[in-house]
Design a protein around this ligand. Sequence first.
Ligand code: N01
Length: 482
Amino acid sequence: MAREPRVVIIGAGMSGIAIGVTLKKAGFHDFTVLEKGSRVGGVWHWNTYPGLTCDVPSLLYRYTFAGKPDWAHFFAKGPDIQRYHEDVAREHDLTGHIRLNTEVTGARFENERWHVETADGTRFEADFLVAATGILHHPRVPDILGMADFDGPLFHTARWDHQVDPRGKRVAVIGTGSTGVQLTTALQPLAKQFSLFQRTAQWVIPAPTRLPQPAALSTLLRQAPRLNQAIFDASLLASRVLTDITLAPGPARTLAQAYARASLRLIRNRRLRAKLTPDYEPFCKRQVVSGEFFRAVQRKNVSVVTDAIERIVPEGIRTADGTVHEFDIIALATGFQAHNYMRPMRLTGREGTTIDEAWENGTFAYRMTAIPGFPNFFTVLGPNSPIGSVHLQYTAEHTGRYIISFLRRFRRGELTTAEVTEAATKEFNEQVRAAIGPTVWNTGCQSWYLDDRGTVDLWPFDRKTLTRMLREPDPEHYTVTV
Ligand code: N01
């Protein structure tokens, strides 16, 4: 019996938009995207902190199907990327499919369909459910004593309070990941005094992150879409260098790490340089890229505090040596709970198994997307996604095409449900475990790439392998009902 599959996609961020457009292009129109935010864009909607910039070159940070010739900068600013996502959603007629301000709280697989619940009580039914819920989604608010005692504004960077004016103020930022580094460069010139609380030093690689894209280049790329596409294709090929650096020791890793180490020489003061020198290998954590950080951090109004934070007090932050550092504003650049995926949503699969039960011993998904016990359910940028090595839009779009293979078979009446087998998942997980061994992420550092068991939750293969694994579902790896 032929029929149209009904699909619910959770999340209208980068990957939800990728899936929506991919479905449309393949001729599937019966889908709804549920988005808890008030706008599309995901991380680019939620993160609005000063200095927010993408550290992936803009000509590469795009969907394969939606080239943008006229970025304002070679490394685009957050608001420009947010606008790009809104434009893509509108230009590809997704707007009518998207329900904003609609938070999914649970989904249950019953009678061969998904029954989706939302916070406002609206229910949806679907033949297929796709979680495009993102990775850097739930702010990690640290458990520091006395946070409620502070007399001034204190907030997480992903919930930036724009009522607060940092000009002429004493500002503290806790955390030295990509966000803390970008904030340092943006706030140092405005603040009277700026303090960066560093628990672990980060490797920072200089790059022209503030360089404007010349208007003449934008005009040229607008008029020559083939050239724009050729630049994208070449950049995608060249981005292979990141896979070379991260997956196994070799010349690419040696050179890149030497560059990171040499960059530290840009810090003239030896004591400051020693403070900012990490004790683990470059690229082990998510690599921070900034053209301005070393300049900003050497300014007179900046201090890097490495003493452990003991507690927050009404005046500011007290460190373990007893010093009270006084501030007007404290920002928590403390990152995200990257391994939540779709949780805390209550996701209940076949036979009442919940996702928390399935993931009791750690998150996993066959080829990033399918989980045994959860038929007709797929994650996009799920566990073991290549967030540190392969083009993310490419990955999301390929996952979309993989999911579409099931939709086509459903439409032709060849299957009603498809569920990945335990055996295929186990085999894939074993391949991942073996391949993680020589990666740089496994060389001994603490980072959000590791789950709370210390397991690296990344894609340890190259883009070619990713493309092959997502080309067509392997019939032997799935149990189907017709
Ligand atoms: O978060 P992080 P982020 N006391 O987890 C520290 C992406 N991104 O928001 O290293 C004191 O990297 C923690 O210290 P330690 C990008 O993928 C992209 O900066 O654990 N410190 C660390 O220094 C990035 O990797 C762009 O010892 C505490 C920091 O907080 C990801 O987002 C821009 C602490 C957290 O660093 C996350 O970056 C911005 C505590 N209790 C972000 N708890 C682009 O340009 C945590 N820390 C694309």
